[in-house]
Design a protein around this ligand. Structure first.
Ligand code: FES
Length: 116
């Protein structure tokens, strides 16, 4: 699975604090993306430890624009600040991942509909 040029990437933590549910989270995300036909704008990748192990299982949701992730958003996340282009789903369950895919999929569709 490749990262979308404009869309969202869900990074599922496979680290020791999260791995007990990471396969279920990944499958839930992939199934929801397929069901909503969002494969061209959303991707699921494995990652390893975001440093918030005690709050896991965690999934990093990041917005990609013009083929790049938003580095400022990631720095904000590390500093504990909020940014709409990168956030962690803490203590994620499959339903949380499905909701995130649905919400961002709807956002992307709405943005496309506004394009000239
Ligand atoms: S093991 Fe998942 S955040 Fe550290």
């Amino acid at each position: 699975m490749t990262t979308p040029t404009n869309g969202f990437v869900l990074r599922v933590c496979r680290g020791p604090g999260c791995s007990h549910l990471s396969q279920d989270l990944r499958e839930a995300a992939e199934q929801e993306i397929a069901a909503r036909e969002l494969g061209d704008v959303m991707a699921v990748l494995d990652d390893y430890c975001f440093g918030r192990c005690g709050l896991g299982p965690n999934v990093l949701v990041e917005r990609w624009r013009e083929g790049k992730r938003n580095e400022r958003a990631l720095i904000a996340l590390m500093l504990g600040e909020r940014h709409p282009d990168a956030y962690l789903l803490y203590g994620a369950r499959p339903a949380d991942v499905r909701r995130a895919v649905a919400r961002h999929g709807d956002e992307l569709r709405a943005a496309r509909a506004r394009e000239p």
